[in-house]
Design a protein around this ligand. Structure first.
Ligand code: NAP
Length: 273
């Protein structure tokens, strides 16, 4: 299942997350994911595993054009020249000639944001990033880019899961042709809370699926791309085995009642790093 971006490129609806995956774990996870049918891998300069991921991609022997690889510009590299340099370094660590998506990792003020965005536009025009976008951007952050850009962001990657549903941000992104991408779709380190949620368990039993599969399918049916992380072969396979069942409107509505609005990750306006 794919989602089409505003520039008509396609992004696979499920990708493999790799935050906190060591190089060795990331290497194996990517190979296991590709074997399980994933074609989308999410990394970032700050994860420190770009080299291992690039090696796994190469060793898989899957043609490059069949893969979708995302990496991100780290906060301390924001700025025009620094972003161009950081991008080249990521590309060489990955051992790739282009990435499919390059994102500004966090919002660090309007000045740095626009200098970085100009660099992403330059990179996009060079063909070395097939799509560009942002991460951890709220409505007012995106509005500033829309007001000042030449090329609009195609993706916004933000924390999104069953208790932080981002209904309004999703609506805003959709109305501006920006695809929402959910990070921490399984609630990250709080996954034990997800797994023991009674509503989730009831729906999992109803559909003969696991709780993570219900959580991911719910995002998928909202048109949101999700990048669950796992380093476990069986769980990697489980997290993409989502397309043989469908949540009904009643199921979806029930899941919408689980929103608490509580954020697990850093406030997008107060990033201390
Ligand atoms: N842009 C950003 O600022 C940002 C921030 C955070 C994350 N991200 C991206 O989004 C990805 C996903 O977020 P995340 O890694 O924080 O959290 P997540 O994908 O919501 O959850 C990962 C946790 O769930 C476990 N897990 C995965 N599948 C499972 C399953 N089927 N059953 C039981 N447990 C399962 C994993 O353990 P095992 O590995 O042991 O399976 C891991 O502990 C990241 O890896 C990263 O690529 C981006």
């Amino acid at each position: 299942m794919n989602v089409t971006l505003s520039n008509n490129t396609v992004i696979p609806a499920i990708g493999l997350g790799t935050w906190k995956s060591s190089s060795e774990d990331a290497y194996n996870a990517v190979l296991n994911a590709l074997e399980a049918g994933y074609r989308h891998i999410d990394t970032a300069m700050i994860y420190g595993n770009e080299e291992a991921i690039g090696k796994a991609i190469k060793d898989s022997k899957i043609p490059r054009e069949q893969l979708f690889v995302t990496t991100k510009l780290w906060n301390t590299d924001q700025g025009y020249e620094t972003a161009l340099k950081a991008f080249d370094l990521s590309l060489s660590k990955l051992g790739l000639e282009y990435v499919d998506l390059y994102l500004i990792h966090w919002f660090k003020g309007y000045e740095k944001q626009m200098a970085s965005w100009k660099a992403l536009e330059t990179i996009y025009k060079s063909g070395k990033a097939k799509s560009i976008g942002v991460s951890n951007h709220n409505v007012h952050h995106i509005e500033n880019i829309l007001k000042n850009c030449e090329i609009k962001p195609m993706v916004n990657q933000v924390e999104t899961h069953i208790t932080l549903q981002n209904v309004f941000l999703h609506e805003f992104c959709e109305s501006n042709g920006i695809v929402l991408e959910a990070y921490a779709p399984l609630m990250s380190w709080m996954i034990p809370d997800l797994l023991k949620n009674e509503t989730m368990i009831t729906l999992a039993e109803k559909h003969d699926k696991t709780v993570p599969q219900i959580a991911l399918r719910w995002l998928n049916q909202r048109g949101i791309v999700a990048i669950p992380k796992s380093v476990n072969k069986d769980r990697i396979a489980q997290n993409i085995d989502l397309f043989d069942f469908e949540l009904s409107k009643e199921d979806m509505d029930l899941l919408f009642t689980l929103n608490t609005g509580k954020k697990l990750f850093t406030d997008m306006d107060n990033v201390p790093y």
